[in-house]
Write a protein that binds this ligand. Structure first.
Ligand code: NAP
Length: 283
C-alpha cells in the first residue's frame, strides 16, 4: 500500500486528534468483528458519492442515461469504494447495470475484477477470503444479457435474484447459460427473502453498490446496517438526476447515527469532500 496524497482530517469521533492516510481507511482486519449482523445473519452496507445538492447520477439530456457525474467521481472516493468491496462476501448490483455492461456503456466493470489493486487482493488473502466477492444481481425483469454474466462467472460465483412473477422463458434462458436464478419475492425481490438466500450460501457481508431502487429495497425492510456516503463539495443543479432513494416517501423516516466523519480537503485541484459513515440507530 502506498500513500496517495493528502491526509484526512478526522472530524468524528476523535475530532482533530488524528490525520489519517486515505488508503487503508477501511482495510481494518477487525472491520468484520465490528459489523454486527442482522436477523438473517447478514451485515448489509451501501456506499454512495453525491454532490452537495444530493445528485448521485445525472443525465445530460432528456431520456438520456443516468451516469455518475465526472464532477463528483474521483480516485480517492473510488479507492474507498474498492476497500469496502475488499471487505465483502457479495456485491449487490442491479439488472440495469448488467444491461449496461452488456451494451458496453457501463462506467466501470465489477469491483475487484482483473484491475483490482494488489494490496486489496492481498488483504482478502490474509483474511482467508476468496480473491473476489461474489455477485448478486437483483432483477425483476430478468432482461439480462448472458455474456457479461458468463464472463464474471469464470472468476467468481454469480447469483440472480428475482420475483416469482418473473418471465419463465427468460429465467430458463439464463439457467441454460449456467446462471443460478433464485426467487426472493413476488413481483420484486424483498430483502427479508434475499438475505437468507445469501446467508445460506455463506455470503454474510453484503455490499450494495447499486442505486436508489436497491437501496430502497433494503431500507424499507429495515435491512441497511451501514451507509458510507462521500459528499463532494460541488453543486450540480439540473433536473434529470438520481439521488440516494427513489419512490414514495418512506412509511417512516429512517434515522441513522454518525459513526465516523473525515474531511478530505487540501486546497489542491482535487474536489474537497466529506467522508461519512452512518449506522442504524437500533437493532
Ligand atoms: N453516485 C453513486 O455513488 C452511485 C451509486 C450507485 C449507482 N449510481 C447511479 O445510479 C443510477 C441508478 O443505478 P442502478 O440502476 O444500478 O440502481 P437501482 O435504481 O438500484 O436499480 C435499478 C434496477 O435494479 C433492479 N432492481 C432494483 N431493486 C429491485 C428489487 N427489489 N427487485 C428486483 N429488481 C430490482 C431492477 O432491474 P430490472 O430492470 O432488471 O428488473 C431495476 O431496473 C445509475 O446511473 C448509477 O450509475 C450512483
Amino acid at each position: 500500500m502506498t500513500s496517495t496524497g493528502p491526509r484526512l482530517q478526522c472530524l468524528y469521533p476523535d475530532a482533530g486528534t488524528r490525520a489519517l492516510e486515505l488508503e487503508g481507511l477501511y482495510l481494518d482486519e477487525c472491520w468484520r468483528a465490528g459489523a454486527v449482523p442482522g436477523p438473517e445473519g447478514c451485515f448489509v452496507y451501501a456506499n454512495f458519492v453525491a454532490s452537495l445538492d444530493g445528485r448521485i447520477a445525472t443525465a445530460a439530456e432528456p431520456g438520456g442515461s443516468l451516469e455518475v457525474p465526472a464532477a463528483i467521481a474521483n480516485p480517492r472516493d473510488w479507492r474507498l469504494y474498492l476497500e469496502l468491496a475488499a471487505q465483502a462476501d457479495v456485491l449487490l448490483v442491479s439488472g440495469r447495470y448488467v444491461r449496461e455492461l452488456g451494451a458496453g456503456t457501463a462506467q466501470a466493470g465489477f469491483a475487484l475484477s482483473g484491475d483490482a489493486p494488489a494490496d486489496l487482493l492481498n488483504f482478502r488473502a490474509r483474511l482467508g477470503l476468496p480473491p473476489r466477492p461474489a455477485i448478486a444481481v437483483l432483477s425483476a425483469s430478468l432482461d439480462l444479457p448472458p455474456a457479461p454474466l458468463a464472463a464474471v462467472r469464470r472468476e467468481r460465483p454469480v447469483l440472480i435474484l428475482t420475483g416469482a412473477a418473473a418471465d419463465g422463458a427468460r429465467r430458463r434462458a439464463l439457467e441454460a447459460h449456467g446462471c443460478e436464478v433464485v426467487v426472493a419475492g413476488q413481483s420484486t425481490v424483498r430483502a427479508a427473502q434475499l438475505l437468507p438466500e445469501l446467508a445460506a450460501r455463506g455470503l454474510r457481508y453484503v455490499y450494495a453498490i447499486a442505486g436508489p431502487e436497491v437501496l430502497r429495497t433494503l431500507v424499507v425492510a429495515g435491512r441497511l446496517d451501514r451507509l458510507y456516503l462521500t459528499t463532494v463539495f460541488r453543486l450540480l443543479g439540473g433536473d434529470r438526476f438520481a439521488t440516494l432513494l427513489t419512490g414514495e416517501l418512506l412509511p417512516a423516516p429512517v434515522a441513522l447515527r454518525l459513526r465516523e466523519a473525515y474531511l478530505d480537503q487540501d486546497g489542491g485541484p482535487a474536489p474537497a469532500q466529506l467522508i461519512q459513515v452512518f449506522e442504524r440507530v437500533w437493532r
